[in-house]
Design a binder for this molecule. Sequence first.
Ligand code: MTE
Ligand code: MO
Length: 372
Amino acid sequence: MRRGVRESDFTAAAHHARVSARLGLWLGVAFGLCFVTGLLSHAAQHPPGWLSWPSRPVSLYRITQGLHVISGIAAIPLLLAKLWSVYPKLFTRPLVRSLPHALERASVLVLSGAALFEVTTGLFNVAQNYPWTFFFPAAHHAVAWLAVGAILLHVAVQLPVIRAALTRRGPTADPAEPARRSFLRTTWLAVGVAVVATAGAGVPLLRRVSVLAWSSGTGPQGLPVNRTAQAAGVVAEAQDVAWRLEVVTPHGVSRLSLAELAALPRTEVDLPIACVEGWSASARWTGVRIADLLRAVGAEPGRPVWVESLERGGAYRASLLPGTHTADPLTLLALGLNGQPLDLDHGFPCRIIAPSQPGVTQTKWVARLEVR
Ligand SMILES: Nc1nc2c(c(=O)[nH]1)N[C@H]1C(S)=C(S)[C@@H](COP(=O)(O)O)O[C@H]1N2
Ligand SMILES: [Mo]
């Protein structure tokens, strides 16, 4: 009589419970780090009422978002190895033993699907590629909760199996153990290669070895450019001599020419641009402190300021500068970059540069500031 494939037919070392459990442990660490830093990134971009994202340390967002992308990349080889390790379970018979068992299997399906969705969309985002129609941050954020919920359920159900698999019972004489170790070592190696090949996007020391790093410092004035003035459709307006910065306060509206801005006290700061895509780069900016500018037009720093660009469309044409940042003496309306006037692609005539802020809020080609 012919019989179907059974789980016990898969005898390779990679499919052993000890291997699955160890991969699961490290995958849990990577996903946990990725989840927490992802929530921080979400909070920094869409601050909830009860939280004010701090402006110090200045590299806070650079670090949390770098960790987010690096842990996400490390999770990819771990996830693939884990799926490879456990896929024989698909052949477990009977398919469903009981209701809890059915729910457990369904949660593993959700978990695998959500995890694959997260790393794939994240990877496309890092590659600055958006081949889908849904709004990436909202979907990436929602599915992360789904994944974490399914992981917690999975771990709770499997706890006895995981504990048994991770507990060492003295030196093992199992002849298959070296093969298991070797599979795990290969996985670590793949994780290491993936991380080193990409981490240079944010870690200056790794720039030269990170062959797959994106946006690592090319662009005018030594800084990457995602969106050029051409792409934003602001080439003519940004260079128009009739350009004025409109500053709206509760007391009225002021319009400042570039010459008037340039005549205000100048400040120089070293601050990074840290894109949500994971690349980041530090630069020397000169310009007018937002706090000084607000005082010059009769407003008090410390209130949030709505910033609008000359750009008409575009998801990042406007942003809200939180009160913590308008009061911070390092927050500038930048007019210069690395010793030169701001390049057109970096936001000429002026752009926002603020400490510990996500890149998306460092609005370029600023046209209007409104004190909220
Ligand atoms: N007006 C405007 N400002 C913008 C953007 C934009 O698309 N339009 N992109 C933002 C993003 S996503 C980042 S990371 C920083 C740096 O982007 P850049 O590399 O395009 O200068 O600028 C920000 N400022
Ligand atoms: Mo960005």
